[in-house]
Design a protein around this ligand. Sequence first.
Ligand code: NAP
Length: 328
Amino acid sequence: MLATKLINVGDIQTVDVDTPQPKRGDIVVKVEAAGICGTDRHLFKGEFPSFANTVLGHEFSGIVVDAGSSKLEIGTRVTCDPNTWCGACDQCRKGRVNLCVNNIATGIARDGGFAEYCAFPAHKAHVLPPDLNPLYGAFCEPLACTIHGMDIGDARAGERVIVIGGGVIGLLAIQLAKLAGAQVMLLTRNQDKQQLGQSLSADFAASTPQEALERWPDGADLVVECAGVEATVKMSPSITRTGGRIVILGVLPQGTQVSIEPFDLLFREIQMHYSFLNPFTHERASKMIANGVVNVAPLITREISLNDVAQVIATEASNGEVRAIAVP
Ligand code: NAP
């Protein structure tokens, strides 16, 4: 079968490989859709710890073709929660499974979804309905991560929320904030993404923090950083209301330093939180995708074939692109 492998940092290829054989506890799915995420580009560039000779793809769904010893029926559509916690380390035993020191992520540490078939642990499969658009299953993983961030941020009805970054994570975050009853502003530079955000329920859009403050001079009760660059983390306190909260979802390259003024955070008692991965949120994400509560169709910029995945990962996303989805 065809699969896109990270051979090594800087070397990614779509190659012929053996069809995966399920190990004990695994199922095998025929992949229907797999999203190309910024993390895949970080892995390619060596900005993220990676594993040589591994099939990438951690945002995917497919049809069960081998149910192993699980109770799943052949033909069931499932989404894969890529993060397989050990359950035994100190953090897992405290319930902080996303901090598991032995986490094995499908599509990073073991072969993933940029392939015709993928084997992964049966207990990491979440069922999706048969009549769902097959492409939508690829959004369960980013939505699960966004739900965790929004749980931490705890947007409340009537509050003001600024979401920074009009990529997939930001465009999902505005929808979750809106569903919570908040008034929402999307801060992103690209005009098309601003318009997309507003069509997906953002009340306002801004290109800069200054523009955001012109509309909301006191800032927002909650700022959700979904861009993952130094400038956006740095600007977050300046657009947060006194007594407000910030949640950083964006991933900055390891070693990046950001200058923050603790005096300001202390005097205005601004809580700065971080959100990592998807602890126990994948099932909720699957349900939201299944019942259409979040709108993911406009987030699909293009469909590509497996043969194009390596090239797309090795190239920066074009301005305005939200998600390219590989359809094996
Ligand atoms: P993305 O597609 O790169 O979107 C980020 C957006 O930020 C870009 O579209 C860009 O849009 C905007 N941006 C960049 N610089 C900006 C600036 N100076 N001011 C305002 N907006 C700016 O990424 P994504 O897939 O949505 O992911 C977002 C971040 O979350 C990434 O860092 C990703 O690694 C991270 N992530 C974290 C988790 C987690 O568990 N914490 C999970 C998944 C992803 P414009 O060009 O319009 O500005």
